[in-house]
Write a protein that binds this ligand. Structure first.
Ligand code: SF4
Length: 368
């Protein structure tokens, strides 16, 4: 596979300088910002993560502030971005940078790869954008652009990846001082994200059109070949939405943090019969006066489809007052739980269940 020619690189970089979308981490490519944006964008599109990025920075303005935070604060600030293992890794990495590394991010690929949650793609992205390291990135956008440009049907094979990365590395070197590695990498990704899209790419607007092999053969949509999809696994789970009336808070619900082995680890959720909540003791205090179906909440995590059947459990005020907290679980005000910043970090399924509860059962709650 050949490196890009100097003229192709110039056209690509020229296109990028005119068409790059504006993002805060592009105008201010400091390592803390670029690192956060790269981790956040692993499952979220760049354009949609901007408000989350600002909200996170509003809470933790630099890596030392993030390192000082408690894990539950980091998880709460990550709310809405999903895949919370990334938030935990971000927190661990921040503690490493603020502690052992004296507050400075590593400047080499090997050093960056030592940080929790940083793989080859993220290391190359940070190293090229913040420290001028000439290392190409390899993400879905780059795979699509290169497989079409070179018309390669084996785009998902390790051999193609090795050859393409070698060609891109050689392209950066051949581009010399006129080829900024930060712009080169971002230009290829931006091209994949905004022009060379999975369906109906806008080849007429592409700076590489004149030498694109797939375009010349009119076979653009053949590349890259579709990935084999994993079979969807369905899970069913009963969720106990235990609610009581409280003199102080109006209505309260009982929640507990989920255990470390399951999805949404560390986030707070309703106790469930199946599905890995911490199994707070449901027998606390008086037995529920009734069990009432609330409805169903659906959620998809990777290839798992989860169906959650909500059951409303009402408790007597006197008995509820006597129970207090059990284990790590707590009674929490319903009003506070549905506020913009709940008192504990909530799982997505708990948020969905709360929404369903308030939509379907407001009248019944009023009769408590
Ligand atoms: S010409 Fe079309 S297929 Fe080729 S790289 Fe450009 S947008 Fe992608």
């Amino acid at each position: 596979m050949r490196p890009l020619k100097k003229t192709e690189i110039e056209r690509l970089l020229g296109w990028y300088s005119k068409n790059a979308r504006e993002f805060p981490w592009r105008s201010n490519p400091e390592p803390y910002w670029v690192w956060l944006a790269e981790i956040m964008s692993q499952q979220t599109q760049m354009a949609t993560l901007v408000p989350y990025f600002h909200r996170f920075l509003g809470k933790f303005k630099d890596v030392r502030a993030l390192a000082r935070a408690e894990e539950h604060e980091v998880l709460a600030a990550w709310a809405g971005l999903g895949y919370y293992s990334r938030a935990r890794n971000v927190h661990r990495a921040a503690r490493m940078v603020a502690g052992a590394l004296g507050g400075k991010f590593p400047t080499t690929l090997d050093g960056l790869l030592e940080l929790p949650g940083v793989g080859p793609y993220t290391a190359a992205a940070i190293a090229s954008q913040c420290f001028g390291v000439r290392e190409p990135v390899w993400d879905g956008n780059v795979v699509r652009v290169t497989s079409r440009f070179f018309a390669r049907e084996d785009a998902l094979s390790p051999a193609f990846k090795t050859q393409a990365l070698e060609a891109l590395r050689a392209s950066m070197a051949a581009g010399g001082s006129g080829c900024d590695p930060s712009h080169f990498n971002q230009a290829l990704m931006e091209l994949g994200a905004t022009v060379c899209s999975p369906k109906s790419p806008s080849c007429g607007r592409c700076p590489l059109e004149a030498s694109c092999a797939a375009r010349a053969a009119d076979t653009v949509e053949k590349y890259p070949p579709p990935k084999a999809r994993k079979a969807v696994v369905e899970l069913r789970c009963r969720v106990h939405v235990r609610v009581r009336r409280s003199e102080k808070n109006g209505f309260e619900a009982f929640l507990a943090p989920r255990d470390a082995e399951r999805w949404f680890a560390g986030l707070w959720d309703f106790p469930s019969e199946l599905g890995g909540a911490t199994k707070p003791k449901l027998e606390l205090g008086a037995l529920p006066r009734s069990l009432e179906p609330i409805g169903e909440v659906r959620h998809q995590v990777t290839h798992h489809k989860i169906y959650l059947e909500g059951l409303l459990e009402r408790t007597e005020p006197r008995a509820a007052r006597a129970t207090g907290t059990v284990g790590e679980g707590r009674w929490l005000s319903l009003d506070a739980l549905v506020a913009d910043e709940p008192p504990v970090p909530l799982s997505t399924t708990a948020r969905k269940m709360l929404k369903l509860l308030l939509r379907e059962k407001t009248d019944q709650l009023a009769m408590f």
